[in-house]
Design a binder for this molecule. Sequence first.
Ligand code: GUN
Ligand code: ZN
Length: 435
Amino acid sequence: MIALRADLLDFTAAPAWGDTQPAGLRWRPDHWLLIEHGRITGAQPGPQHPGPGWHTEDHRGRLLMPGFIDSHVHCAQLDAIASYGTELLGWLERYTYPSELSWADPAVAAAGAQGFLDALLAHGSTAAVVFPTVHMTSAEALFGAASERGMRLVAGKVLMDRHAPDGLRDDVTQAERECIDLISRWHGRGRNSYAVTVRFAPTSTPAQLAMAGALCRADPSLYLQTHVAENRAEVAWVQQLFPQARSYLDVYARSGLLHRRSVLAHGLWLDDTDTAVLRDCGAQLAFCPGSNLFLGSGLFDWKARLDAGVSVSVASDVGGGTSLSMQRTLADAYKVQALLGQRLTAWVALHAATRGAAQALQLEHEIGSLEAGCTADLCLWDWAVGAVDARRLAVAQDLHEKLFAWMTLADERHLHSTWVAGQMRHQRAAHRTLP
Ligand code: GUN
Ligand code: ZN
């Protein structure tokens, strides 16, 4: 039985676009959050001590939120992060594929998976939808490392049987066997879920896409993750490879890959018909602003997607993105919307990175909020760690102004500690705490 005292922030409903005082915002300054057997059981005002029998930690003056959910990230791309000079297709060839090749070695994959998940926890993300590599051992290593940490993970071996270098291709028969094997061993085991993981249309043959669709049809509890319409040269290539498809998204629709548990990264270059298809099948788009800016891919019109009824989550897309920090990702999201003449509130942004992502993944009973019954996946944040952010927050006039400034200025330096299922899994080194 653990009680944490801090300012509690989460959401009970989706905030409307542009609303700085939404009803679904739950702000409970100076409260105890009560945790029993790894789950949240309630909250009560700070002055009222939880009583004997509770292990208490008093973090008055800090912010306690649900752990962030990174809905699209590549664990084998930390070696390729911040690589100079290319757009998507050149970047894959020159930096990304070589980085992923090294994960063929089970020892590299095991160490890499552990390092990656520890890095996620050190940036405030307690759950993620992750691409490993084509190698079965990479998925194995990732599920194993997430299980050791008790983390909520959605992942699957990457499918790619063409247009990729030697050592990074599978074939339909082998890939199907490996998927079935991984699904039987990891899907629904602990906090792991399997995602049928198509890299993107150009690197799978029609036969492999059909196999992936058959896996989805056979078990509707499986997730599906892929990339779609990220970059204009990529879109033109898909048009060449699949001349019979109406659009890039239609390649996936025809293969049976679009459903309620599909997570599609990017979706920058979609038309109205595509958007309606996404709305009708209930798939979500993972908006990756850091990656879209870094790779020069384009500007994602979040409000237009929301208005059309499509679910949108936010994601780092490291190594296309340049930071695992969700605050940095959300700050980039704000800037992208600003370029489109829109204004992203802190509430829409923070909701998308917590409860919104959980809902889109059909996991809202487990993650994304401080609701009683949810797993205690929590991050304790400092409001400020330096003179500039401390001053800015001190002069903030209302709650939205304060949270917006925090979201824009904070990053992993502000993270005091991370809890997964009620266990502390990351704590900032003591020397980094300011007085
Ligand atoms: N499209 C296909 N593969 C990738 C990848 O690894 N990263 C990004 N951002 N886009 C992709
Ligand atoms: Zn990606």
